[in-house]
Design a protein around this ligand. Structure first.
Ligand SMILES: C[S@@+](CC[C@H](N)C(=O)[O-])C[C@H]1O[C@@H](n2cnc3c(N)ncnc32)[C@H](O)[C@@H]1O
Length: 348
């Protein structure tokens, strides 16, 4: 039975790095449950082990090439090795979904940016809950981040070759992200088209929108094999008037933490708590999910306990995934923020 060792990626954030091995271990077990038929858990699951003074996650499992393609996308996987009986580590070539330079994920730095690895974890688990393995590895998943800030989720979705749609009420965030995306596409000389306009529904302007249509190669662009990256400045509570019902496979958001300058704003949500905002927004987002699609949220449990958020998801008609690996993803961000992750499926 082959043994594998995962070298965990250090994060720019020391607090996250300290928790990364546990988080990526539970991410692996959750992906195993959803996409690998439990083959990793059947062998006892991953265990943390220090080799040469460096921490690894070690697992026993008979994994196919496609299984390894899933594992390759783990949020904090830096390198994957086969661990030989004599202790030697043999590098395994990883075939990640990533199709662009990784500076797409790292260039933008700003206060309030959601940790990139946590964003990838949340997107991985939510997409895995919404799609079969072939779909996860080989389709153009349609992703909405309805509170997208400066686009950490959108960048990760584009990186995977998926279609990314974002809504945020904060004009400065939307303008900064739109400017970044346009510049990045130009700097990388990627073939793309840009269109900008207002979103008007029944005589009301809901917001301003920029749509980029892009492809990794000229040939794909010419053949119409293109990705969409679209960002709308507007209130998330209007998202069901911006997009048609059932349009998205996956909805993923890092909710406001409810600290610092109130953080929740919007024409229809003046100074609301995260609890009130989520109570109103979740039914809107659920309507945008196709049947069998999934919603993934990260949020601050210091302002909203997990059981309360889970109850909101159930009330909105979703099935939260509440088994062990999904319950092991809470982590400390700082004194005021304990962040957790929840994934819930819209019944098929
Ligand atoms: C924790 S931040 C998300 C950060 C984002 N993931 C990033 O890395 O840039 C929460 C976001 O929710 C947005 N927000 C709060 N209320 C909103 C509303 N009513 N409609 C749309 N966005 C809202 C805030 O502007 C903020 O950008």
């Amino acid at each position: 039975m082959p043994q594998y060792a995962i070298l965990v990626q250090p994060s720019a954030n020391r607090v996250y790095t300290q928790q990364a091995a546990r988080l990526v271990g539970n991410e692996l077990l959750a992906l195993d449950r959803l996409l690998l038929d439990g083959r990793v858990a059947a062998r006892g699951g991953p265990a943390e082990r220090t080799m040469g003074g460096v921490p690894y996650l070690v697992l026993d499992a008979d994994l196919t090439a496609d299984d390894l393609r899933v594992v390759a996308n783990l949020s904090s996987l830096f390198a994957l090795f086969e661990l030989r009986d004599d202790g030697a580590l043999l590098p395994v070539d990883t075939d990640r979904l990533d199709r662009y330079d990784d500076d797409l994920l790292t260039i933008l730095k700003y206060v309030g940016k959601t940790n990139e690895q946590l964003t990838r974890l949340l997107l991985n688990l939510t997409a895995a809950a919404a799609l079969p393995r072939d779909g996860f590895l080989g389709s153009r998943v349609r992703v909405l981040d309805p509170m997208c800030g400066r686009g950490t989720t959108l960048n990760q979705a584009v990186m995977y070759g998926w279609d990314a749609y974002g809504v945020d009420v904060d004009r400065r965030d939307v303008e900064a992200y739109t400017a970044f995306a346009g510049r990045w596409l130009q700097d990388k000389r990627l073939k793309h088209r840009t269109s900008t306009g207002r979103v008007r529904v029944a005589g009301t302007t809901l917001g301003r929108r920029t749509t980029f249509t892009l492809a990794a190669t000229k040939e794909e662009f010419r053949a119409g094999d293109v990705q969409t990256l679209e960002i709308t400045q507007g209130d998330t509570l209007d998202a069901d008037r911006m997009y048609r019902a059932g349009f998205f496979d996956v909805v993923v958001a890092d909710a406001p933490y409810g600290i610092q300058h109130g953080s929740v704003t919007g024409p229809r949500t003046p100074s609301r708590s995260p609890r009130d905002l989520l109570a109103d927004a979740i039914p809107v987002w659920v309507g945008l999910l196709r049947r069998g699609g999934a919603l993934g949220l990260s949020w601050n449990t210091k302002v909203l306990p997990r059981q309360d958020l889970v109850a909101m998801l159930v009330d909105a008609g979703l099935d939260p995934l509440e088994d062990a690996p999904f319950l092991g993803l809470a982590h400390r961000v700082d004194q005021a923020i304990e962040r957790d992750v929840v994934v819930a499926r819209r019944p098929g």
